[in-house]
Design a protein around this ligand. Structure first.
Ligand code: PDD
Length: 281
């Protein structure tokens, strides 16, 4: 498999990461996960735009224009042909002797690779269970930073509980999932946390906002509580890899009738049409 590391394409086995890479030592970096369907990149532009915002958010100057990153990504997909997969792209502040302030001379270090990742067909069809957990993250969750320890700990709680996702709750309000965004549905109204510093504004979330309106549903971007979620008719977890997955149980309580609902099904169909239109998959 070919990967892209610090400006060069090379076999994955040849990559060796420096011990003093600031990503490794400080989690001083940002990343993106882009979906590939049928060997075509999906929603690429908004992912690269978000990467630009994440970089600016941590004062990291990207020496590669977006078009160049897009070109490298296309070349990787062409070389590796993951079929249905992802491209992982990470940029750190580079290699320098360990010291907290930004190094004077370090070049940002870039890593990009592809991975096969099948469609989450079973979850999308049947729905998943989730638990709620305390949102103890920092207050800049809009940045797609590689500092993911709280997210990792939350996801591990979900794994231990035998469920799909951990849903973060801050001051009684649902923010997002440990690696996803969360929606709930009341009748024809779909509600989700507003895109502020408390959540990552998912690219799948943004697509869903469009599709909610397109399908004639009402959109409310306001936080909701745990009892609010438990009382919803339907709920959804969305992300690049989860797509539009129904949530059928939270903390052991059934959501709605405990199976994927009408609004979720309509949004899944609209999302599927968008995948087909953009990638032919
Ligand atoms: N995670 N919120 C968080 C905290 C996330 O980590 C993610 C994505 C999302 C959904 O964003 P998007 O729709 O752009 O994938 C929301 C990626 C997939 C990951 O870390 O693997």
């Amino acid at each position: 498999m070919q990967v892209f590391y610090n400006g060069r394409f090379m076999p994955a086995e040849q990559v060796s990461i420096d011990m003093e890479d600031r990503g490794y030592q400080f989690a001083d970096g940002i990343y993106e996960v882009v979906r590939v369907y049928n060997n075509r990149l999906f929603h690429l532009k908004p992912h690269l735009e978000r990467l630009g915002r994440s970089a600016a958010g941590v004062e990291l100057e990207l020496p590669w224009p977006q078009e160049e990153l897009a070109d490298v990504m296309a070349q990787l997909v062409k070389a590796n042909r993951p079929g249905d997969g992802i491209v992982y792209l990470q940029i750190t502040r580079g290699v320098a002797p360990r010291n907290h302030p930004f190094p004077a001379r370090a070049e940002p270090a870039i890593t990009m690779y592809t991975k096969e990742f099948p469609r989450p067909t079973r979850n999308v069809e049947q729905g998943v269970a989730c638990i709620t957990v305390d949102d103890d993250r920092w207050l800049r969750c809009n940045i797609k930073s590689i500092s993911l320890l709280p997210n990792v700990l939350a996801k591990q709680k979900a794994a231990r509980a035998g469920v799909y996702e951990a849903i973060f709750v801050r001051n009684g309000r649902i923010t997002e999932g440990s690696s996803s965004n969360i929606f709930c549905v009341y009748g024809d109204t779909v509600q989700t946390h507003p895109a502020n510093n408390l959540i990552l504004n998912g690219i799948t979330r943004q697509a869903l906002l469009r599709l909610i309106k397109q399908e004639g549903f009402r959109l409310v971007e306001e936080p909701f509580s745990v009892p609010g979620l438990l009382a919803a008719d339907e709920a959804i977890v969305s992300s690049t890899t989860s797509e539009v997955t129904p949530i059928v149980q939270v903390d052991g309580h059934a959501i709605g009738e405990g199976r994927p609902g009408r609004v979720t099904r309509a949004l899944q169909a609209a999302f599927e049409a968008e995948i087909r239109r953009e990638t032919g998959a």
